[in-house]
Design a protein around this ligand. Structure first.
Ligand SMILES: N[C@@H](CCC(=O)N[C@@H](CS)C(=O)NCC(=O)O)C(=O)O
Length: 216
């Protein structure tokens, strides 16, 4: 059955890999699943056709036969549960990989998203200078403990898993703030994720879309 995902026609980052379709593309590449991409223009995102797929009018979505899914975490989990490669076979190890996937989305991503919002959208507010260090401290709270837990391991819990795929995807969103560089082991962990052939293919595919739509 054909898999179709949605992505931005014009990604706000211009193709730097931060839009959340990249994590879905990455999971599909790691598990060897071919997929199609339907690009969605900004104005179409909140129109009925797209809202029927995604209740909040966002990307990514995932369609396969009768199944339509939204939420990048749910989509990645769906992919890796059906196709081998990113979840360990042993039940306990599998449960822990899924815990890391949720930790990336629920525990690490929220302060990172908050920091991006402050830096991108609140710079001109009178309280920016006071708020920024508070939000940076919330990110540091997470990164400090994540860096300690990772130590000098290659991946979070044994071989590369869906938990690492999601954690690397989330940490990439912190890179432009410079905060990732405060943690050499996390920066190296992210670089190891980016060096994977499957990530490179996913990144290149979304970059190609953005290069094309920027010039067209
Ligand atoms: N929790 C959602 C977040 C989805 C999300 O924020 N998507 C962004 C792109 S990365 C989007 O569609 N933004 C446009 C909008 O919200 O109107 C997920 O992980 O899929």
């Amino acid at each position: 059955m054909t898999i179709t995902i949605t992505a931005f026609e014009h990604s706000p980052d211009g193709g730097k890999g931060l839009a959340r379709d990249v994590r879905v593309r990455w999971a599909l590449e790691e598990t060897g699943q071919p997929y199609k991409v339907r690009l969605v223009a900004n104005q179409a995102m909140k129109q009925p056709a797209h809202l029927a797929l995604h209740p909040f009018g966002q990307i990514p979505t995932y369609e396969e036969g009768n199944l339509a899914l939204f939420e990048s975490g749910a989509i990645v989990l769906h992919i890796v549960e059906r196709h081998a490669g990113l979840l360990p076979h042993h039940a306990n190890a599998k449960a822990r990989a899924i815990a890391w996937l949720f930790a990336a989305l629920n525990t690490v991503e929220p302060p990172i998203v908050e920091l991006s919002t402050v830096m991108l959208e609140e710079r001109d507010k009178p309280w920016y200078a006071e708020r920024l260090p508070l939000v940076q401290a919330r990110v540091r709270d997470r990164l400090d403990l994540l860096a300690t837990r990772l130590g000098d391991a290659e991946w979070l819990d044994g071989p590369f898993s869906a938990g690492d795929l999601m954690m690397v995807s989330v940490l990439l969103r912190a890179r432009s703030s410079g905060m990732l560089d405060e943690y050499p082991n996390l920066a190296a962990y992210v670089a190891r994720g980016e060096a994977r052939q499957a990530y490179r293919r996913a990144f290149a595919a979304q970059l190609a879309v953005n290069a094309r739509t920027a010039s067209g």
